[in-house]
Write a protein that binds this ligand. Sequence first.
Ligand SMILES: [Zn+2]
Length: 254
Amino acid sequence: METVYLLILCVYGVVWGSFLTVVGLRVPLKQPITLSRSACPNCHHVLTGVELIPVFSILYQRGKCRHCHQRISLLYPIIELVSAASFCLIYLYVDHHIFNLATSGLLLTFGIVFSVSDLTYQILPDRIMRWFAAAVFAVHVLNGTKDFLFYSATGIVFFLLFYLFYQRLPNSIGGGDVKCYGILGFLLGYQTCVLALLLACLLVFAIQIPLLLVKKVNSQQAIPFAPFIFTGALLAYFIGPAFYEWLNLLLFIQ
Ligand SMILES: [Zn+2]
């Protein structure tokens, strides 16, 4: 039965990832999300039913547009598969309390939209940022979070610290990253958010430095931080309690 649940979750995850990709591609261009069908960005051929099926369509078309034979970005199937895998991981490893499910769901959802937008246009749209802040606020209210002031204060402190950093070194991070960490502080609290930041930095080093070395990117290029920020946040949310328990043990033993 578990396998059936996981297969259903994979299908939902792929479809959700595909929808969020459309949101991340269209909102920054101020295009409607639902009214028009997706089209090839090169020849503008409107995609047919078969071409709209996530992951499968890329395999069926061998990674190319059927009309102009332009290569289709690998970003789309990767996002769809990451979304499917995340649905299964959340189901398997997150405590099925509504607050935990909502928190991991929000991190996944906004993480995908911001990552697509950042990787494609190097912006994190304010319109989506407002939705993210409102959704986090709603989750706290619905959960009846007792430490609401603590979470709010964490959000403000993270926002101010990143804002100062942004003011001092404006070319290092973007304004959207500053707002993201403010909202993540508000959602996660300071312990998980500090770990999220640490993991995001480790991921940047682990992925960007090899890319610099093989000259896939150059040092002048702006780094799209959103995928690192949200992967770090999701990982911190998964492993945070175990990590701090281990850290306590380590400090206690010494
Ligand atoms: Zn085409």
